[in-house]
Design a protein around this ligand. Structure first.
Ligand code: MG
Length: 203
């Protein structure tokens, strides 16, 4: 199983980080060891002083596919969930400055929170799917899939040109604005379409 993460898919997040708006989707991978085990707290890794949450809609691939046409992309997933792409922002900045890959900042153990999945037909219009993240009871991120630069189906078509998608692969579809740091004892609650998808504690 692999985790494909899309970067820079919401204009308001590109602006908040001062990043360049890409001409085509940006993606990177997390290994299966990045998945935070269910019911485990997220432990801030010792190599970072600035770990950020990024709440993202997650698509679970249900069959193998390569060079998937956008108009058939919807046949490759039937469950959608929500997760966090934890990012060691300080480490990522160093990698960006040196033009190095982001894995140290993005792919570390526990960096992928994968919440509950919901059958897509229960979620209404997938192009207008609302989601949110609360930290310690305060709303910190709020988005809708309507604001994505590239839709889920466009992302599947794009990524599958380069990588064979397999059953169980996850696509993290990018984060809206509002990303920020976590500190010990924080509580993070994610909702999608008004339903709780995960609740985790930071240690
Ligand atoms: Mg992200």
């Amino acid at each position: 199983m692999k985790i494909i993460c899309i970067g820079r898919n919401y204009a308001n997040h590109i602006n908040e980080l001062g990043s360049e708006r890409p001409l085509e989707p940006v993606f990177f991978l997390k290994p299966d060891s990045a998945v935070l085990p269910k019911k485990m707290p997220f432990f801030i890794p010792p190599f970072s002083d600035n770990v950020h949450f990024e709440v993202e809609v997650v698509v679970k691939i249900n069959k193998v596919g390569k060079y998937i046409d956008q108009k058939f992309a919807h046949k490759y997933y039937d469950e959608i969930g929500l997760g966090i792409d934890f990012t060691a922002r300080d480490v990522q900045e160093q990698c960006k400055e040196k033009g190095l890959p982001w894995e140290k900042a993005k792919a570390f153990d526990g960096s992928a929170v994968v919440g509950s999945f919901f059958k897509k037909h229960t979620l209404g219009d997938l192009c207008k799917l609302p989601f949110s993240l609360h930290k310690n009871g305060n709303l910190v991120q709020e988005g809708t899939t309507e604001s994505m630069l590239w839709s889920v189906d466009e992302l599947i078509a794009y990524v599958s040109q380069f990588l064979t998608l397999k059953k169980g692969d996850l696509i993290f579809t990018g984060t809206p604005s509002g990303v920020g740091p976590v500190t010990k004892e924080d509580q993070l609650l994610g909702t999608i379409n008004g339903q709780k998808a995960f609740e985790i504690k930071v240690k």
